[in-house]
Structures are given as structure tokens and as C-alpha cells.
Design a binder for this molecule. Structure first.
Ligand SMILES: [Zn+2]
Length: 132
């Protein structure tokens, strides 16, 4: 993970693009987004509707699906917060990158189940870089 100075203590976030085959998702591309949360950016993130719209366009242009969102948890675990659960949308995979001293310590992926609770998704291999 490459984090800019600005995102080191604040949560960074972005979009995940890929495709899906028989329930298995393949992550092919990531795109950093701006954390526009008005407060407490060290423990929360928000992406503007305009950036969502732009991400949808990029997905279409590259014949990919917008399959999820990634964000970091600086100096915390890669487990969704209560707020993450409350703000999550069905379908999306949520990758959380736990960072310590600006380095990725743990990467886990989560998806809402039919009861709107997060369930962990297995990550088979990880080759993608999360840029921000
Ligand atoms: Zn979070």
C-alpha cells in the first residue's frame, strides 16, 4: 500500500473493480478516492456521490464491475466498525486494510449477509496495490 502523507493518520479509501464468476470475485483494479468525511477522518471515511458516479463510469468504460470499496484502519484492526456496518451496502465487498506505522499489517474482506451482518470473505491471493 502506498499512502500519501495526508492519508497516513486518516483513513484512506477507494473503489474496487473486477468481475465475478460463480460467486468468486476477482479484483482487477483499484482506484483511490478522497475521504470527504467532515470529522474524525482517522476513524471514518466517506466518499462523495460524484466520485461514486465517476467510478461507475470507469467500470463501464473498462467493462468491469464496481465490486466494492476499500478503506484503511490506521492503528486498528481490519474488522469493520459499527459505523462501517451501518453504512455498508449489500453486494459490495469491503476490504479493510489495518495499518501500523504507515504499513499494511492485515487485509481482510467483508460482505453483508442477508441479515445485514458482515461476513468475512476469503482472499485467495493478493497481488493488487492499493494506491491513494
Ligand atoms: Zn472502517
Amino acid at each position: 500500500m502506498i499512502a500519501s502523507a495526508e492519508s497516513r493518520s486518516e483513513e484512506c479509501c477507494g473503489f474496487l473493480f473486477g468481475d465475478e464468476d460463480k460467486g468468486d470475485r476477482r479484483l482487477l483494479r483499484s482506484l483511490g478516492a478522497t475521504n470527504v468525511a467532515v470529522a474524525e477522518r482517522h476513524r471514518r471515511f466517506e466518499i462523495s456521490p460524484l466520485e461514486y458516479l465517476n467510478a461507475e463510469k470507469i467500470a463501464e468504460q473498462h467493462d468491469l464491475n464496481l465490486i466494492g470499496i476499500y478503506h484503511s484502519h490506521p492503528n486498528s484492526s481490519a474488522i469493520p466498525s459499527l459505523l462501517d456496518t451501518q453504512l455498508a451496502q449489500p453486494f459490495f465487498s469491503y476490504i479493510i486494510i489495518a495499518t501500523k506505522d504507515n504499513k499494511a499489517e492485515d487485509i481482510r474482506s467483508w460482505r453483508l449477509n442477508s441479515k445485514f451482518e458482515f461476513e468475512e470473505e476469503e482472499i485467495f491471493n493478493q497481488t493488487i496495490q492499493f494506491n491513494n
